[in-house]
Ligand binder design. Structure first.
Ligand code: HEM
Length: 500
């Protein structure tokens, strides 16, 4: 059959199934949450544009904080208030602790054997425990403290040169490279540069994965269309899966040959995982496939999240120079003009924490968290939540809700002086790392990197916008993806300010 015939046949089958589904559903219709009226087959997919978190924010203003949508054949529940977020992520957490099918993880992470998209069950529980204890513990985070200091030192030196020449730097690019280097050193024990992956180079391959992971996948919403691969995504995921697999196999082999009895405090993540594999101490199915899947997870999760958070903090500080100054004054007082910031200084920097909280409120790195999936039918606030619904918690909508925050659109770190809101998953007004069973296990590491990098860059340099741009003219356009970053790179001129 020709491709066009295949498409027609699939659309007809899809339409019949949809009508059948609607008919059966009518018979036992239950009270669903309110939401926009769906079109036949397409459902509400036509309402989602390039920045779905913003579209859902606007739709919630009309339909309310719990909203039902039909995305193709998939029911979606969108949550936009702290009270409801608490019901989904705390009161009924267990029922919403699974993840939907994710084609990228299927092909790149050995059939969703990664932590991020593994279905809820014994494998996910065991792997999460292992990662939390062995890779993301305080002991492990502290082990890499000197590496972080050294890498950040390299960036400061290069910015000092830019400062003496008064050149504009690509702050987004610089922080992203720093974060990539820190992640590679922690995970693989060395930095990976261009050509280390395949012809395209390390960064390009990661960027391609992030890019296609952000493209809405028709196969996710219309399972019949998945096999046709009309968007070419399956083909690209398979090719990327092979590139990652070859790369990780090579790295693991190198580690196996080099490492015999590396002391625990010197082990990178590959060493740690391989020593667990070799010792046989994992009491669940655990082989190279699982190790490779989790290595990809921590690589992707650590590289872009922290760098994007730093980028947003700087965006707001450059738009509000008086807050930048106030932050400098706090650090000058605690650290002094003769020294750079150490991780041991961070706990005393309260204003820094307020600036970071305020940035997460306005610019959460993952505005819809990661998608959760309901394990069983459930009733919440009198509404029926069907089994296998996709649950999205819109933290961006919660962060800008005037019922929750006064003057929500205003960047105002001082709002946290009186109200010391927790960002570690206990206060549902601000949950940039999620909450409950699926909450981010890398939060401590992520926060350490963000606080350190922001503090150091603000302490060592005054910053000004290029070409006499006024602070108000700096845009805050975003591009939605696995992480939601600035649409345009942040450019600024550093001026060194410490005593030599
Ligand atoms: C500023 C930095 C970071 C932010 C804002 C962030 C945010 C998040 C969010 C919102 C989720 C989804 C929670 C949910 O679905 O309910 C998540 C999950 C996750 N994060 Fe992070 N993250 C950061 C850094 C890191 C780092 C450094 C790592 C590891 C090295 C990491 C590893 C993970 C993993 C493995 C998951 C999936 C957990 C699971 O499904 O069980 N993250 N993160």
């Amino acid at each position: 059959m020709l491709a066009i015939e295949w498409i027609c046949a699939t659309v007809i089958v899809a339409a019949i199934s949809y009508l059948l589904h609607e008919f059966l559903w009518m018979k036992k219709r239950k009270r669903l949450p309110p939401g926009p009226k769906p079109l036949p087959i397409l459902g509400n997919l036509h309402l989602l544009g390039k920045n779905p978190h913003q579209d859902l924010f606007h739709l919630a203003k009309k339909h309310g904080p719990i909203m039902y949508m039909q995305w193709g054949f998939v029911p979606a529940i969108i949550i936009s208030s702290p009270e409801l977020a608490e019901k989904f992520l705390k009161t009924h957490d267990l029922n919403f602790a699974s993840r939907p099918y994710h084609e990228g993880s299927w092909y790149v992470a050995h059939e969703q054997r990664n932590l991020t998209f593994a279905k809820y069950g014994p494998y996910w529980r065991n792997m999460r425990k292992l990662c939390t204890l062995e890779l993301l513990s305080n002991f492990k985070i502290n082990q890499f403290q000197s590496m972080r200091k050294r890498e950040l030192g390299f960036l400061i030196e290069s910015l000092k040169r830019a400062s003496s020449d008064q050149v504009v730097v690509d702050l987004s690019g610089e922080v992203s490279s720093l974060s990539a280097n820190m992640s590679c050193l922690m995970i693989f024990g060395k930095k990976y540069m261009d050509k280390d992956f395949d012809d395209r180079g390390f960064k390009d391959v990661i960027q391609e994965l992030l890019h296609i992971a952000a493209i809405p996948n028709l196969g996710d919403f219309f399972p019949f269309l998945g096999v046709l691969d009309l968007q070419g995504l399956t083909r690209r995921y398979k090719a990327l899966g092979k590139v990652f697999d070859d790369f990780l196999e090579r790295i693991i082999d190198e580690h196996v040959h080099q490492s015999s009895n590396i002391p625990k405090q010197n082990r990178d993540f590959v060493d740690t995982m391989m020593s667990i594999l070799q010792s046989g101490e994992a009491d669940f199915e655990f082989d190279r496939r699982h190790i490779k899947s989790v290595l990809i997870d921590v690589l992707i999760a650590s590289m872009d999240t922290s760098a994007t958070a730093v980028e947003w903090v700087f965006t707001e500080l450059l738009r509000h120079p008086h807050y930048m100054k106030k932050l400098q004054e706090e650090i000058d007082e605690k650290v002094g003009m003769n020294s750079t910031v150490e991780e041991s200084n961070l706990d005393g920097l309260e204003y820094l924490d307020m600036v970071i909280k305020e940035t997460f409120r306005l610019h959460p790195v993952a505005p819809l968290l990661l998608p959760h999936e309901s394990i069983d039918d459930c009733i919440i606030d009198g509404y029926h939540i069907p089994k296998k619904s996709r649950i999205l918690i819109n933290t961006m909508a919660i962060g800008r809700d005037p019922m929750v925050w006064s003057e929500p659109e205003r960047f105002f770190p001082e709002r946290f002086v009186e109200d010391n809101v927790d960002i570690k998953g206990k206060d549902f007004r601000l949950i940039p790392f999620g909450s409950g069973r699926r909450m981010c296990p890398g939060m401590h590491l992520g926060l350490t990197v963000v606080r350190l990098v922001v503090a150091q860059l603000v302490h060592c340099f005054d910053w000004k916008l290029p070409n006499d741009m006024r602070p108000n003219d700096l845009d805050t356009n975003e591009v939605f993806g696995l992480v939601t970053s600035r649409a345009n790179h942040l450019m600024a001129v550093p001026m060194y300010r410490l005593k030599e």
